[in-house]
Design a protein around this ligand. Structure first.
Ligand code: ADP
Length: 270
């Protein structure tokens, strides 16, 4: 018996601002299996963030269907956790209280929190320890570096044990060393919790380090152009990025994206 994919995007079109507006996605289809880690890469403006908004139900598709966990997505998904490029932690709350936030803003979770605050607080502390923030629970975000803030926002995205984790350029604003540290942090979180992950990134090495499968999009209006499986064992280590397998994979992805961008330039020149 084959199991149904967890995320099913079927021939989706997305045009912003009505019939004369920007066509962001054109007849795009993809599937993601349960507990799979997929990365989406592609030229800037090709529709990656749009894809994230459709999967999480933040925008409706203009045509086609988006199904998550067997259900058509027609409203913001409560089974998803999200993290973006900027950590968006609330400055007046401590790290612990920021990570606890989903329990307060999602109705069903608020009821659980009222019943057993100590248990959920303990789970928060465990997550913070897992990402190396033990001892920082009572600091405010401005007392943390950018990388530490992003660690906290990964915890916040995962604290309510979402089945789906959506990450849109989560490390894009960090320097290269901090970013690479966070690859391992994210991998550890995924191995511990095993949510289904869709990661949008412009960093091809990041995609190759983290993902089971990489989807490369065409220039806008975006579609999936090719996909590549990443055959590296887990946990992956920084040393693996020096291997010729890893470097060839990244080079292959880069060539496809360059070609997509050249196609876009030619189309604009016509
Ligand atoms: P990416 O994440 O790949 O950089 P986006 O999904 O953000 O691409 O954007 C795809 C296209 O849709 C771009 O041309 C962008 O300008 C346009 N777009 C994105 N969001 C909106 C919006 N809210 N209103 C109108 N156009 C938008």
């Amino acid at each position: 018996m084959t199991t149904r994919p967890f995320v099913e995007i079927d021939r989706v079109w997305m045009r912003y601002n009505g019939s004369g507006g920007t066509l962001a996605l054109r007849n795009t289809s993809l599937t993601v299996d349960k507990q799979e880690f997929v990365a989406v890469v592609g030229p800037s403006g090709c529709g990656k963030s749009t894809l994230m908004r459709l999967v999480t139900g933040l925008w409706p598709a203009s045509a086609g269907s988006v199904i998550v966990a067997g259900k058509e997505v027609d409203r913001p998904l409560s089974i998803a956790g999200m993290a973006f490029q900027n950590p968006t932690l609330l400055p007046w709350r401590t790290v612990l209280d920021n990570v606890m936030l989903p329990f307060e803003v999602v109705d069903t979770l608020a009821a659980r929190l009222r019943k057993d605050r100590a248990l959920y607080e303990q789970q928060c502390r465990e997550l913070l320890e897992l990402v190396g923030l033990k001892g920082f629970e009572h600091k405010n975000p401005w007392q943390l570096s950018g990388g530490m803030q992003q660690r906290a926002s990964l915890c916040r995205a995962l604290v309510h044990q979402p089945q789906l984790l959506m990450l849109d350029e989560p490390f894009g604003a960090l320097d290269v060393f901090t970013r690479e540290d966070l690859w391992s942090v994210l991998q550890n979180l995924w191995l511990a919790r095993r949510p289904t992950v869709i990661l949008v990134t412009h960093d091809l090495r990041e995609a190759a380090f983290l993902a089971d499968r990489i989807l490369v999009m065409t220039a806008r209006p975006g579609r999936i152009m090719i996909e590549r499986k990443v055959d590296l064992p887990r946990p992956r280590t920084p040393q693996m990025t020096y291997s010729s397998y890893f470097q060839d994979l990244v080079q292959d992805l880069r060539e496809h994206i360059d070609r997509a961008r050249q196609g876009e330039e030619l189309a604009h020149a016509e």
